[in-house]
Write a new protein. Structure first.
Length: 283
């Protein structure tokens, strides 16, 4: 059964219990480094600090705050249990150490996939896959100067059923594969996919071997969302999108056995759970 989006979200009381807080105004805090988000493997921290401050994660300079002082840091599926985030601007610095909760990752078995989508061996196909890897690498390398993530995300589908959760260990045609870095949202063929937040399209390709119809959107500072298996694309590369704008249509192109949207998110080289970004409060 396809559930309305509102039935899949947690309410205000449960929101606090889950480590989220209600939305707050984007106002200057007396604290030099404020963080909110989901402090768990696959989660993220949205922060506010001095405008254009450099942001260090475990001592490594990874990003910089926007002109309004907003920044984001992502935690990979296998992130350590403790992460130190530091903001530096000239002689000023502020540091916070976060304790990350462990993720809970299940096993997912999928059978009946074409062998060429599991272990491709044809030289022509391998050359095509390499060209497509280069396209995706370029799309994920985008770093627009924006902080569209700070207002939180909505679900990219109005109605859907979660068929595979993020981070699950995949068994494809009986062969163990790498973890699934997307959340699968089953919906009828042709259902409209919408942008969950403002951003800029960095890749719009209708027929990749594994992903099928694929769109990538940069929401600022290297936070990129991906929309796989589309039957139709409604955006073009370089296009600016606003929250709720149509991106494309649900399909089953590429490595898929039924109509669904595989929704993914990366921050720089880290794979994040996009569902955790929905309704995250602003610091």
């Amino acid at each position: 059964m396809i559930l309305p989006r509102r039935q899949l979200l947690i309410g205000g009381g449960a929101l606090a219990a889950a480590g989220l807080t209600p939305r707050t105004s984007w106002a200057r805090s007396p604290t030099d480094l404020v963080l909110t988000g989901r402090f768990v493997q696959g989660g993220h921290a949205i922060g506010r600090t001095w405008p254009r401050a450099l942001i260090f994660v475990d001592g490594e300079s990874l990003t910089a705050a926007s002109a309004d002082g907003a920044f984001i840091v992502g935690f990979d599926r296998d992130a350590p249990s403790s992460v130190q985030i530091e903001a530096r601007l000239a002689e000023r610095s502020a540091t916070r150490t976060l304790t990350l909760a462990p993720g809970r990752f299940s096993r997912t078995r999928i059978d009946g996939l074409p062998p060429s989508t599991i272990e491709p061996g044809d030289p022509v196909l391998l050359a095509r896959i390499q060209r497509e890897v280069a396209l995706k690498t370029e799309g994920f390398a985008s770093r627009i100067d924006a902080d569209h993530f700070r207002d939180g995300f909505i679900w990219p589908l109005e109605s859907f059923r979660v068929t595979s959760r993020w981070g699950s260990q995949r068994i494809l045609n009986g062969t163990p594969a790498r973890p699934h870095y997307g959340i699968d949202l089953a919906a009828p063929q042709g259902s409209s996919i919408r942008a969950p937040a403002d951003g800029r399209v960095t890749l719009a390709s209708p027929a990749l071997h594994f992903e099928g119809g694929l769109v990538l959107i940069d929401h600022g500072q290297g936070l990129i969302t991906a929309y796989l298996h589309q039957s139709r694309l409604d955006v073009r590369e370089g296009q600016a999108v606003r929250r709720g704008d149509p991106v494309g249509r649900v399909g089953m192109t590429g490595r898929a056995t039924g109509p669904h949207l595989c929704w993914r998110m990366k921050w720089r080289d880290r794979n994040l759970d996009p569902s955790l970004m929905v309704e995250t409060a602003r610091p």
